[in-house]
Design a protein. Structure first.
Length: 72
């Protein structure tokens, strides 16, 4: 994927990610479908093979974020 440019400032955005944390720090992921069933301890039931890491690009000028779930 080419590095996206900010729609407002027209400059190249900086690649990064949004950390997600509960008991540990992990990279946020996109998952298809609806969040519904939970396990006995309250966690969502997820199919790990369906998850795609979320890459986030940030504009250094205005701070706009663009999120992408890119499958390799």
């Amino acid at each position: 994927m080419n590095t996206p440019h900010c729609a407002d400032c027209k400059i190249e955005m900086i690649k990064g990610f949004e950390p997600d944390h509960y008991a540990q720090i992990i990279q946020s992921v996109w998952h298809p479908g609806n969040a519904s069933e939970k396990t006995l301890v309250g966690n969502l039931k997820l199919e790990s093979s369906a998850q795609i890491p979320i890459t986030v690009f940030r504009c250094a000028e205005c701070g706009q974020l663009k999120h992408y779930a890119l499958k390799d």
